[in-house]
Design a protein around this ligand. Structure first.
Ligand SMILES: [Zn+2]
Length: 339
C-alpha cells in the first residue's frame, strides 16, 4: 500500500525503491549547513536509520544557512547533533536517529562499520577529517560522498572504494588550504546545492539506481552561474597509499588526532585532552572557583578566560575562541584547565 507520507516520491520511483530506502543506514559527518540540509532531505525521504556526528554547538552566525536550527538553539548553545536530532524527530518519527557530540575520529568510523552503515555523507569543514574518512571508508569498504562549498561554489563527488579514484588520489587537484567559509564567507544557496547534489546521488545509490550515479566531480557556482564536470577517468593513482596496490592507510595510522588543532578559519583552537580525571559536574565546579562562567547546559559550559571565550564539552574537549596560535592555546590550557 502506498504510504501517504511518501506518495509523491513513490510516484517517481515506485514502492520497491521506497522499501529499499527504509532498510538503509546513512551517516552524516558534520551537521553544519551542508549536513543539516542533507540530514533533513534523507529523513523526509524515509531513510531507515540516520547517524549524525558533530563536535560543535549552535551559534547565531550559523542561522543564515543552517536550516534546521532556531534562535532558541543558539541562545542555549545547544550541540548541533542533538539540536538536529530533536528537529528531525519531529519531521519524521519513523526514522531511527543516533546523534553523537564528538569528533568524527577513527573509533567513530570503526563503530559505523560495525553497525553496517551503507553510505557516509561528508559534511565536514576540514581535510584532516575528510582524509581520515577517506582512509576508513576504503579500509571498511563503505561508499561516501565528498561535499564542500565556499563562497558561491559547490562541489560534490561520489567515491566508491575499488571503483573510483579516492580523495587521496585527488589531493593535488583539490585545493586543501584554499579559502574557507570563515575567510571569504558563504552563501546559503551554495551549501544547499552541495547537500542537494550529494543527497540526489545518495538516493540513487540507496534505492539501487546505480546506473544513474554520476561518476565525475560536479562543480556549481551559483553567483557567476556555471556548472562544470571534471572527469576523473585517469586520476586513479596506482601508488596511492589509500586505494593503490600497497595500502598503508596513512591517515588511520595517526592513532591520536591533533591535540591542539586550529579549526578551519574560525579563530578557534580545539583541544582534545588525552584524559580527564574529574567528571563533568565536578570539573565545572572546580573551574568556577577561578573562572567566570558564561553559560551552561547539560552538554557544555563556557567561561571567560583572559578575554577569550572557552567552551568545555562534557566529553572533555575544549574550544578556545578568538585564538589561532596553538602555543598560546597551550599556555591558557595548562594555566587553567589541568589539575
Ligand atoms: Zn587513492
Amino acid at each position: 500500500m502506498m504510504s501517504e507520507r511518501y506518495s509523491r516520491q513513490q510516484l517517481f520511483w515506485g514502492e520497491a525503491a521506497q522499501k529499499e530506502l527504509a532498510a538503509k543506514h546513512v551517516a552524516v559527518i558534520g551537521v553544519g549547513a551542508i549536513g543539516a540540509t542533507a540530514a533533513d532531505l534523507l529523513v523526509r525521504a524515509g531513510i531507515g536509520r540516520l547517524t549524525l556526528v558533530d563536535r560543535d554547538y549552535v551559534e547565531l552566525s550559523n542561522l543564515h544557512r543552517q536550516s534546521l536550527y532556531t534562535v532558541a538553539d543558539a541562545e542555549e548553545a545547544y550541540p548541533k547533533a542533538l539540536a538536529a536530532k530533536k528537529h528531525l524527530a519531529s519531521v519524521n518519527p519513523e526514522v531511527i536517529i543516533d546523534a553523537h557530540v564528538q569528533d568524527a575520529d577513527q573509533g567513530f568510523f570503526q563503530s559505523l562499520a560495525a553497525e553496517h552503515v551503507d553510505l557516509i555523507i561528508d559534511a565536514t569543514d576540514n581535510f584532516e577529517t575528510r582524509l581520515l574518512l577517506n582512509d576508513c571508508a576504503h579500509y571498511y569498504k563503505i561508499p561516501w560522498i565528498y561535499g564542500a562549498c565556499v563562497g558561491a561554489q559547490s562541489i560534490c563527488y561520489f567515491i566508491e572504494p575499488e571503483k573510483t579514484p579516492c580523495l587521496h588520489c585527488l589531493v593535488d587537484q583539490i585545493p586543501l588550504d584554499g579559502p574557507t567559509c570563515d575567510t571569504v564567507g558563504i552563501l546559503a544557496p551554495a551549501a544547499q546545492i552541495t547537500a542537494n547534489l550529494q543527497v540526489a546521488e545518495a538516493l540513487k545509490f540507496l534505492t539501487g539506481h546505480t546506473d544513474k550515479l554520476h561518476r565525475n566531480v560536479i562543480a556549481v557556482n551559483i553567483w557567476d552561474f556555471h556548472i562544470a564536470e571534471l572527469s576523473l577517468q585517469d586520476c586513479r593513482n596506482l601508488s596511492c597509499s589509500t586505494c593503490g596496490d600497497a595500502r598503508t592507510y596513512p591517515f588511520m595510522q595517526r592513532t591520536q588526532q591533533t591535540d591542539f588543532a586550529v579549526l578551519c578559519g574560525r579563530q578557534t583552537v580545539q583541544i582534545r585532552p588525552k584524559q580527564r580525571t574529574l567528571d563533568f559536574d565536578a570539573w565545572i565546579t572546580h573551574l568556577q572557583q577561578r573562572l567566570v562562567l558564561l553559560k551552561r547546559n547539560p552538554y557544555l559550559a563556557s567561561f571567560d578566560v583572559e578575554g577569550h571565550k572557552v567552551v568545555v564539552f562534557k566529553e572533555g574537549r575544549l574550544l578556545i575562541h578568538g585564538m589561532t596560535d596553538p602555543t598560546q592555546a597551550k599556555k591558557l590550557y595548562y594555566r587553567y584547565f589541568t589539575m
